[in-house]
Design a protein around this ligand. Structure first.
Ligand SMILES: [Zn+2]
Length: 593
């Protein structure tokens, strides 16, 4: 494949597999490797040596599957219209679905090994490299039921996902928002995809019409949306109870060994710093020259778009300079991203939209994005390379078993890079319009990631606690609480359109399980870490690099603490929102408002 298209880099997948035939050879090994692993069934408790062999067989299989999978999805995403890529991916998914029951014996059999025997095993030198891995599995033991009980639950497990599937079918397929007429009288369909774009319009009338159009559809089906959400929340609370957790929140957070206090501290800290958010909204109202701000005045650009345009080479140079405070080692590895062709940047028909960093233990950490040359694309490049560098460092420091980092920390390195870029651009510009644009951009990022996601987190907690009290989640109750929270977060100066009370109906994340708070803690950590890195203190820089190299070798809160952010205290979130307050102040100063 050509390494560039129109001066934009194209990724090189040949180090992963030289050609599809090489991929096929590995694909053909999966069945045999699965059988090899499945042969350990019934033998795990024999001896530490036998258990170690079984673990290594399992990891070897995982590692092979990941490599085969990554090539398959990367080739598909670069051009989804290629039949052979679609066929390859479909074939792999079918094989994995067919083989997965053969691997299912492992965890239940491990948990059945008697306690005293397992303790002896854990002390064995042979199992030392896998002690953490085993302990994580064994921690589930108090939450695993007897075999007939698990079998019974297993029989119902598909049904438990139905509320979420109802939501998706209704929200993504059946719901018809109709259309609005734009400023020129042209019919514009309202869809999930166009809603965002229409809400960014400079025409307030159009934004208002779009907003009402969207929520009219949600109002019509509000009871169905409420029933689906009630079902999802009930699923979380019932499974927390039957699995002997104290509540749904504790059950969800225990997967990351995060105590409930982190979640509750986040909400309390954000409450404390709401005045800074209200200040921002007041400034937004003044910049937009409105008498009063409504909920459809929040997503349109604060300032006219930044018209600066960048070549890919200039963008790469900006990222290089922005991350220079991370030191030589980081800089040298970053160069590999360009020299070894990790990045696929051209716009291409059939290419998957959006941007991501993806790879495995045996591949480069590839980046897919569409680079059109605007400032947002430079931020995207910095962000995705942040993920890739995190992956690279963890893969090259940790053994395979601990290389993968957890979602709790996944957005920290990427966001840190974005903040470093923001600070670097600020430092090198004296143009008040550009500086104002940058402050506005960062203020909006923090608003969306810390304030908004924490409001969601608080709503999620309310829903679960309501169900845990034995009360049903009706459309009325959900709307009333959502209206109240929205008012609390956005402040007394905003008198929002009553339709916002229905926003709960359209948020897919409410069907996840206490997930969104990680966005808020992640960005808070990133703001602190970027500040540490830019302080020039080599110890703080090394601490950050330690985080990048840690993979999942420690608990997430310990990894963050060693990096320089103690998320078990309210301090990082409060400091992040103090920084938000400063950014809003700087924005006001640049605009002389
Ligand atoms: Zn990301």
């Amino acid at each position: 494949m050509k390494k560039t298209e129109k001066n934009l880099p194209v990724w090189d997948l040949t180090p992963l597999y030289a050609d599809p035939e090489a991929w096929q050879r590995d694909f053909d090994r999966i069945r045999g490797k699965t059988a090899e692993f499945a042969a350990f069934r019934g033998t795990l408790g024999q001896s530490p040596a036998q258990l170690r062999k079984a673990i290594e067989s399992s990891l070897e299989l995982d590692r092979l599957v990941e490599k085969v999978y990554v090539y398959s999805h990367l080739t598909l995403d670069q051009d989804t219209s290629v039949d052979s890529s679609r066929a390859r991916h479909g074939k792999l998914q079918a094989l994995l679905a067919e083989l997965s029951p053969q691997e299912a014996f492992f965890v239940p059999e491990l948990l059945k090994i008697p306690e005293a025997q397992m303790q002896k095993f854990l002390k064995s030198k042979l199992l030392a490299p896998y002690r953490r891995y085993l302990k994580e599995i064994l921690e589930e033991k108090p939450h695993v039921l007897s075999e007939p009980e698990e079998k019974l639950l297993g029989a119902f497990s598909n049904l438990l996902h139905l509320p979420g599937e109802f939501f998706e079918a209704l929200n993504d397929t059946d719901l018809d928002f109709g259309f609005v007429r734009d400023e020129k009288g042209k019919r514009q369909p309202v869809t999930h995809g166009t809603y965002r774009v229409l809400m960014e319009s400079s025409s307030r009338e159009l934004r208002k019409r779009t907003f009402h159009k969207l929520y009219r559809a949600y109002r019509q089906f509000r009871n169905t949306f409420a029933a689906a959400l009630d079902g999802t929340v009930r699923r979380h609370t019932v499974s927390a109870t039957v699995r002997h957790h104290t509540c749904a929140l504790e059950a969800a957070l225990s997967a990351d060994r995060v105590p409930e206090s982190v979640y509750r501290n986040l909400i309390a800290s954000v409450h404390e710093k709401l005045p800074a958010f209200h200040d921002y909204l007041e400034l937004r109202r003044r910049i937009l020259k409105l008498d009063a701000l409504d909920m459809y005045d929040i997503y349109n650009p604060l300032l006219p778009g930044c018209r600066k345009s960048y070549t890919f080479g200039q963008a790469a140079e900006l990222v290089r300079n922005a991350v220079a405070p991370l030191g030589r080692e980081y800089g040298q590895i970053l160069e590999k991203a360009f020299e070894q062709h990790w990045i696929d940047a051209p716009e291409r028909k059939g290419k998957r939209s959006g941007a991501y960093s993806s790879g495995c233990f045996d591949s480069f950490p590839y980046v897919l994005m569409t680079f059109k040359g605007n400032l947002n694309d430079v931020f995207t490049l910095a962000h995705e390379l942040g993920h890739s560098m995190h992956t690279y460092f963890s893969n090259h420091t940790q053994p395979y078993v601990y290389a993968d980092y957890k979602i709790f920390v996944a957005e920290v390195a990427s966001t840190t890079n974005e903040i470093l870029l923001f600070e670097h651009l600020l430092e090198n510009s004296s143009d008040p319009r550009f500086r104002a644009y940058l402050f506005g951009h960062m203020a909006d990022e923090i608003r969306g990631t810390i304030y908004r996601q924490t409001m969601f987190a608080e709503f999620e907690l309310f829903m679960h606690e309501t169900v845990e009290k034995g009360l049903p989640l009706t459309a009325e109750l959900l709307s009333e609480k959502y209206r109240e929270l929205n008012q609390l977060y956005h402040g007394p100066r905003i008198s929002p359109d009553p339709d916002i009370a229905l926003e709960w109906a359209r948020i897919p994340h409410f069907h996840y399980n206490f997930y969104v708070y990680k966005y808020a803690t992640g960005m808070s950590a990133a703001l602190k870490l970027a500040q540490n890195i830019r302080s020039g203190d080599p110890a703080l820089r090394e601490a950050y690099l330690g985080f990048l190299k840690a993979g999942s070798s420690k608990d997430v809160l310990d990894i963050m603490k060693d990096a320089g952010v103690d998320l078990s205290t309210p301090e990082p979130v409060c400091a992040a929102l103090d920084r938000f307050g400063e950014i809003v102040k700087s924005l006001r100063a640049e605009l002389k408002l």
